[in-house]
Every structure is written in structure tokens, then in C-alpha cells.
Design a protein around this ligand. Structure first.
Ligand SMILES: C[S@@+](CC[C@H](N)C(=O)[O-])C[C@H]1O[C@@H](n2cnc3c(N)ncnc32)[C@H](O)[C@@H]1O
Length: 228
């Protein structure tokens, strides 16, 4: 990450962390772990992530490793407990979130329309030992997200790019104050999500920055206030 990117991430993490912790009324830092690091479970997740880059389905489009690291860092640094991903594919990005959720004690709900990809993702979650952390919902996420009811700490949009505004409109009311909406491919697919980009950069209740713009791009939007 460049110095500029690191400062931007640090600022978002600080704001989001304060918001999420305040929402939960938690005043003290989590207990420091004395276990050796990386532990067996971390190594198992990282090994599956490595294999996914070179295995038989490595041609499936996922976030690049550097973007996966950003997702994990944001989730872990903000103590995210409830993460929603739109567009599971084979579960690559989901595994990065799972690496964070082991620490935060949270869960991921991830949505995928393609049944074959759902099966691939479930296999990868099994191999990585994270099935307890993740639930896959099969079907058109534009419809299935209607079943979500709990407050969300992080939304990650990475499915049909032209659908991002619809996902935003449906999920924003559930996002906590201090929660994050992350969108992948904000550089590469900007032309397909102009309405989304306008919404997250003009709404006064939201603060948006763009990371890794030299790559596919990640939009990081902080929900600063509850929207009436
Ligand atoms: C770029 S891939 C997701 C990559 C994944 N987030 C990762 O980095 O590992 C996009 C996925 O969104 C799925 N998708 C497209 N439209 C969808 C919809 N309406 N509902 C749910 N999933 C959808 C596709 O089948 C595809 O697997």
C-alpha cells in the first residue's frame, strides 16, 4: 500500500471503529491474545487462499490478494461482527473476511446466484475450516437480501456492478452508524456503477474514499449518521 493509501485506510478505520464500538457501548480494548501467531487455523485459511490462486478454478474472477488483505484489515480493525457480501463466487474474498471474523467473533452472510459457485465456495470453506463463520445464500441477491434483518457492520458489494445502487438502497438502512459499505472494481467498472458512485459521494451522511485505484479499485464508504 502507498503512504497515501495507508493514511486513508487508517482514517476510515479510526472513524468506523469508533462508530461501531460506540454502537455496541464497548469501552475497553479486547484482551490481548498470548497464543503464538499465526496459529493453526490462520495457517489453514492462508494455505487454502494460496491454493485457490493456482488450483483448477484459479481462472475464476476474485479480488486480488492485496484487496483481500484490505478487506480483512478493515473487518478486523473495526471489530466487525456482522458482514454481508454480495457475490460469493468461489469464496476467495469471503475467506479473507473469515480470517478477520475468527478474531472479532463475528459471522459472514454471503450471497451467490450461481449454484456451481455456491458448491465451490462451500468446499473451500470446508477445506479452510471456517464453515461455522459463514452462511451462503443461493439465489438472486436483489431478492434474497430482503431476508436480512440484523444490523450490519460491513457490506461488500462484488456481484453485478450495475446492481450496486439497488443493493445500497436495500442494505443501507441496516448498516450501523460507523459501518462500512465496500464496493469492488470502482476503477475497472466505474462506467457500470455511475449511479452508485454518485450516491455514495453526494449523500452527506456518507464519507467515501477510493483505495487501490491503480488496480480494480475499492470504494470505502463510511456511514456517519443514521439516515432519516
Ligand atoms: C466478481 S465475482 C465475486 C468475487 C468474490 N467476491 C471474490 O472476490 O472472491 C461476482 C459474483 O457475483 C455473482 N452474481 C452476479 N449477479 C448476482 C446476483 N444478482 N445475485 C447474487 N450473485 C450474483 C456471480 O455469479 C459471481 O460469482
Amino acid at each position: 500500500m502507498s503512504g497515501k493509501t495507508m493514511w486513508a485506510v487508517a482514517a476510515v478505520v479510526a472513524l468506523a471503529g469508533v462508530g461501531i464500538l460506540a454502537a455496541r457501548k464497548i469501552g475497553s480494548a479486547p484482551e490481548q491474545s498470548r497464543k503464538p501467531w499465526p496459529d493453526v487455523e490462520e495457517k489453514r485459511i492462508m494455505s487454502v487462499l494460496d491454493q485457490m490462486l493456482s488450483g483448477p478454478h484459479s481462472d475464476i474472477l476474485s479480488v486480488p490478494p492485496d484487496d483481500g488483505k484490505v478487506l480483512r484489515l478493515l473487518a478486523e480493525a473495526t471489530g466487525a461482527r456482522n458482514i454481508v457480501e454480495i457475490g460469493t463466487s468461489n469464496g476467495y474474498a469471503a475467506l479473507w473476511f473469515c480470517a478477520a471474523l475468527r478474531t472479532t467473533g463475528g459471522k459472514l452472510t454471503t450471497f451467490e446466484i450461481d449454484p456451481e459457485r455456491v458448491l465451490l465456495a462451500l468446499e473451500n470453506f470446508e477445506r479452510a475450516g471456517v464453515t461455522r463463520l459463514v452462511k451462503v445464500v443461493q439465489g438472486d441477491a436483489h431478492k434474497t437480501v430482503a431476508n436480512l434483518k440484523e444490523p450490519i457492520d460491513i457490506v461488500f458489494l462484488d456481484a453485478d456492478k450495475g446492481g450496486n445502487l439497488d443493493y445500497l438502497n436495500k442494505l443501507l438502512p441496516l448498516v450501523r452508524e460507523g459501518g462500512l459499505i465496500l464496493a469492488h472494481d470502482t476503477t475497472d467498472s466505474a462506467s457500470r456503477m455511475q449511479d452508485y458512485l454518485k450516491a455514495v459521494t453526494t449523500n452527506p451522511a456518507l464519507e467515501t474514499i477510493f483505495l487501490h485505484e491503480q488496480g480494480p479499485g475499492i470504494g470505502v464508504t463510511l456511514k456517519k449518521h443514521q439516515i432519516k
